[in-house]
Design a protein around this ligand. Structure first.
Ligand SMILES: *[C@@H]1O[C@H](CO)[C@@H](O)[C@H](O)[C@H]1NC(C)=O
Ligand SMILES: *[C@@H]1O[C@H](CO)[C@@H](O)[C@H](O)[C@H]1NC(C)=O
Ligand SMILES: *[C@@H]1O[C@H](CO)[C@@H](O)[C@H](O)[C@H]1NC(C)=O
Ligand SMILES: *[C@@H]1O[C@H](CO)[C@@H](O)[C@H](O)[C@H]1NC(C)=O
Length: 948
């Protein structure tokens, strides 16, 4: 994938800073010419790249040439990065000096030492300049070589198409190949025949969306040829749309299909063509199929004036569109009648496969072929195209051994699969922008069926510097756009969404994964360590860019491939491994690393050489339970953007100089309970957007970051957790922290120091000062020792609050007022031992107000839980008001004294789940068939009443 690499590199070259490094300028200035010459060489190469990428498929020497080009490009990228790092370093040092001077604690620097440092630096700059010179020489040779290959200059988009012949579809269908899809078929037919009155309007646009090979065209053909449909429409036209979207060609195709004799079809005037179409279909019921539409360009779509033409047709006319891109449906404003095609079930897939594989040789099924076939179908992962391809492949194979071979081979090594299955995917792939292609290919570093968390994926892309833009657009935003772009083209699927409907995780279809692995096979390698297998693998002499190792056993990290191949490695991920240490020499071999994931191992320490990985941007050391400290050298990673230490529970402290990590955007330290405090320097990190957990220091410590520092960290986003509140200064520190100003914070969790038995003083003051910004959506407060809820007065103003969790408030007698929060959806209350009665205070209204309350209380509440309320006896309510109309789940557990549920609950139609566990009194009242109150709740569909 040189294309994306080079376009990004060119941008970087264009923005190289020459003037910045003061002492260095003179030395580096002669590099300026080399950089210019490098850029112009690269531009000349870029012009033939498209052709080269295609030629490499068949020509080995072109492949080598491209590989050399990629190597040089990567090296240049590294050198530029080193240069930038040098600039960063200088900024940090200058900053530090300023800091030291201000504090007037400057120590005399031994003169010779100072000089030595300068000389070192000069040598380093000189080396950078020399590397650039060398790389330029190499690239000049490569650029000259390109003449040998007779490349064509690229034209604008659309040429990709010649590479892969697009299969023309037609409206003829082989009925025998339709399996599954009954539901979709019924739905589609009822829409076409307008069986429901809801599909109002004169005409409908129905998009059928799904990834390549999912059977969109097949389904459409089936509907198109259906007898009822044929009788229903007076005119039917099927057009296979090509990319680029050419209005004239499309119009001509429609006319040709309407009337072979039509003389107008030779015209090149769109208007003429369109009015010709109109005369043919006017006042008729017209069905138009546009197969395989790619364009999302509204102007092109609108210039076809189909809506004008359809207006003149008889009511009920329809346009059916198949596409891989949801964006097409959006562009046509037809998402409401969209049909999504998903995977076939195993059974349907098997039936489809069998119908082809055993065509005319039914008797073989019982002869052992059937069993192999069943295994082969598992590889199809519900994709009909693969089932068809493999089915026809084995149909030609006469022996069981041959079938077994197909089963044993990697799916992308089967030539037929490459040709027929990857081809449709390749079309989707070529449709992506170069930068998005890179992001997709990076997913080849994950194993099959791996759940991709969206925010992590974006962090990873960022760490590889894939998310650049010319403007000032925020990288995360760009990452989100790329993610969407891949999702809408069905490269991602199985979405997991949060309560607001935002995608938080996804997977790749197995075939898409195979496809991506196929494209990135040279750069991304996944190796599973097999016990007792110490043989070094040689991945065909290629330099590995991204390496994923899985299941490494206990012991030191050892590479199953030789170091030589790893030297320019940019990603190292260990999955499901348990290495205990990593040697300094291994680290020194990976100097180009951008991304390092050592999560979930048993590392005892991280060697100080880690500081040499100056390109590193993402480091995940989470869940290394034996890790007690990090070397100070971590603070030399000036490019580091993300540091993940979640769950390193024995980590005792973080390096003091963390203020030097001027690019740090995300610091994740939740679950590092061994940390006594966060170092002060973190407070000065201007780039820091995510600090997921703050540890309040017990006692005084000069080096500790005080809570009050949060006051100057307005840039913090998403979520913050504060641990160990309750100290005597905390109220004033929280006040300084000004949580009320953090408008980008949507989740806040605070946990007070546990310490029970006696009520701690000062919690009221702390709670008062906690008042967050009203944009807050989720609030968690634990172990708070307030006696009344007065200090929580601000809760009523949090109009955006959706989730609240309260736990272990051992001294509070009443619940806080939640009833008027307009968006509250989830409320969980655990262990409020002093609460005896829940009444109007919970609704958020005053006793005397009772009479005049109007409106609805808890209007959006969906889930409510009460756990471990040892003294709770009574739950009263007001009969005149509507309460919790949307409640669908109620859980009550271990509330031994609670006598009854309030009547209003019986009448909530939405309530579908009620679970009462370990509540002896309630358990008796509501006992199935026996209890006095049973009839009041027996209508609830999902009902559980258990004694334990
Ligand atoms: C086209 O022209 C041929 C010969 O002139 C004629 O037989 C045929 O019916 C025409 N078809 C239509 C659809 O007008
Ligand atoms: C890092 O590795 C851990 C497990 O080893 C995995 O759960 C996590 O998703 C990985 N992180 C990324 C960003 O790939
Ligand atoms: C609950 O059920 C009992 C017995 O069926 C009935 O007498 C009582 O009125 C019901 N309560 C409500 C509020 O419907
Ligand atoms: C039934 O209740 C359980 C919890 O008690 C819940 O996990 C499950 O999703 C509920 N089922 C339905 C169909 O609502």
């Amino acid at each position: 994938m040189a294309e994306a690499l080079i376009s990004v590199l060119l941008e970087q070259l264009a923005s190289v800073v020459f003037e910045h490094t003061r002492q260095a300028v003179t030395l580096v200035l002669n590099a300026k010419e080399d950089v210019h010459s490098f850029s112009s060489n690269l531009k000349a190469i870029q012009a033939v790249l498209e052709d080269a990428e295609k030629k490499q498929v068949t020509e080995a020497r072109v492949r080598d040439w491209l590989q050399n080009l990629k190597d040089v490009s990567y090296e240049m990228d590294d050198v530029l990065d080193e240069w930038n790092t040098e600039i960063l370093k200088q900024q940090v040092e200058e900053g530090e000096n300023a800091f030291v001077t201000k504090k007037k604690v400057r120590f005399p620097t031994p003169a010779n030492c100072f000089c030595f440092g300068q000389v070192n630096k000069a040598i380093h700059h000189h080396n950078i300049a020399r590397s650039i010179k060398k790389l330029n020489e190499k690239l000049t040779v490569i650029a000259a070589e390109k003449e040998k290959y007779d490349f064509h200059l690229s034209t604008i988009r659309g040429t990709d198409e010649q590479l892969i012949q697009r299969q023309k579809t037609s409206s003829l269908v082989d009925i025998s190949t339709i399996f599954g899809r009954e539901e979709e078929k019924e739905f589609l037919l009822s829409k076409l025949l307008r069986e429901s009155n809801q599909d109002g309007g004169r005409f409908l646009v129905i998009p059928i969306v799904g990834m390549g090979g999912m059977g969109k065209t097949t389904l459409t053909q089936l509907a198109y040829n259906n007898e009822k449909v044929t009788a229903h429409f007076q005119k039917k036209v099927w057009v296979c749309i090509s990319d680029p979207f050419d209005e004239i060609k499309i119009a001509k195709a429609i006319i040709e299909s309407l009337d072979k004799n039509e003389t107008q079809r030779s015209s090149n005037e769109l208007e003429t063509l369109l009015s010709c179409i109109k005369t043919h279909v006017e006042k008729k019921k017209f069905l138009l199929v546009l197969d395989d539409v790619w364009t999302e360009d509204k102007t092109k779509w609108e210039s076809l004036k189909l809506s004008v033409i359809l207006q003149s047709c008889e009511e009920g006319s329809t346009i059916l569109v198949t596409t891989r891109k949801e964006g097409v449906a959006e562009m046509m404003r037809a998402t409401s009648s969209m049909i999504h095609l998903d995977k076939l079930s195993y059974g349907d897939c098997l039936a489809l496969f069998n119908s082809i594989a055993f065509f005319d040789r039914e008797e073989d099924k019982a002869n052992g072929f059937g069993a192999i076939g069943e295994e082969i179908v598992k590889k199809c992962k519900g994709l009909p195209l693969v089932a068809k391809t493999l089915g026809s492949l084995v149909w030609h194979k006469k022996t069981r051994e041959e079938w077994q071979q197909v089963l044993n081979s990697k799916i992308w090594e089967i030539e037929e699969v490459e040709e027929q299955v990857f081809r449709p995917l390749l079309l989707s792939y070529y449709d992506l922008a170069p930068a998005v292609k890179r992001c997709l290919l990076y997913c080849a570093t994950f194993p099959k069926d791996y759940e991709l968390r969206k925010h992590k994926l974006i962090d990873l892309w960022m760490s590889q510097d894939y998310l650049n833009s010319k403007g000032k657009k925020e990288k995360r935003r760009i990452g989100q756009n790329y993610f969407e772009s891949l999702s809408m083209r069905s490269f991602f699927q199985d979405f997991d969404k949060d309560c607001k409907g935002n995608i938080i995780a996804c997977k790749m279809h197995d075939i898409v994964h195979d496809f991506v692995r196929f494209l990135a096979q040279k750069e991304c390698i996944i190796i599973e360590a097999v016990q007792g297998n110490n043989k070094k693998m040689e991945p065909s002499g290629n330099k590995v860019c991204h390496l994923t190792l899985t299941s490494l056993p206990e012991g030191p990290l050892s590479f199953p491939i030789s170091f030589d191949n790893c030297k320019s490695m940019r990603t190292l991920t260990l999955l499901g491994s348990s290495i205990t240490n990593i040697s300094p020499s291994s680290i020194m071999q990976m100097k180009c690393l951008r991304t390092l994931n050592l999560s979930g191992n048993s590392l005892h320490e991280v060697p100080k050489e880690i500081g040499e990985l100056t390109h590193l941007r993402y480091m995940d050391l989470s869940d290394n339970r034996n890790l007690k400290e990090l070397p100070d050298a971590v603070c030399d990673l000036y490019n580091l953007q993300t540091l993940v230490l979640v769950g390193c529970q024995y980590l005792q402290k973080l390096p003091k100089a963390m203020g030097k990590l001027i690019n740090l955007k995300h610091l994740y330290v939740t679950g590092c309970y061994g940390l006594r405090y966060l170092p002060k320097g973190i407070g000065s990190l201007k780039s820091l957007q995510v600090l997921d957990c703050f540890y309040v220091c017990e006692g005084d410590d000069d080096e500790a970051l005080k809570l009050g520092y949060l006051g100057i960290m307005d840039q913090l986003q998403v979520s913050l957790r504060i641990e160990r509140l309750g100290g005597k200064d905390d109220a004033s520190e929280i006040e300084k922290a000004q949580l009320g100003n953090k408008e980008h914070l949507s989740e806040l969790a605070v946990r007070f120091e546990m310490q029970s038995l006696e009520q701690r003083k000062g919690d009221d003051e702390i709670v008062k000062a906690l008042q967050p910004h009203q944009n807050l959506e989720s609030l968690w407060i634990g172990f708070c020792q307030i006696g009344t809820t007065e200090s929580l007065y601000w809760i009523k103003s949090l109009h955006n609050l959706r989730r609240v969790y309260l736990c272990n408030w051992q001294f509070c007698q009443l619940l806080p007022p939640f009833g008027k929060l307009p968006l509250l959806e989830i409320l969980d209350i655990f262990r409020m031992g002093k609460v005896k009665k829940v009444g109007v205070e919970f609704l958020g209204i005053e006793e005397e107000e009772e009479e005049q309350v109007s409106g609805i209380l808890f209007p959006k509440l969906k889930r409510l839980s009460f756990w471990d309320m040892a003294n709770w006896e009574e739950w009263t309510f007001l009969s005149e008001i509507t309460i919790m109309p949307r409640l669908s789940e109620l859980h009550i557990r271990s509330c031994p004294k609670l006598k009854a549920l309030p009547d209003f609950l019986y009448k909530i139609p939405a309530l579908s789940t009620l679970k009462i566990v370990a509540c002896p009194i309630l358990g008796g009242e509501y006992e199935k068939g026996m209890g006095k109150e049973w009839h009041n709740i027996s209508h609830i569909p999902n009902l559980t009443i258990q004694s334990e």
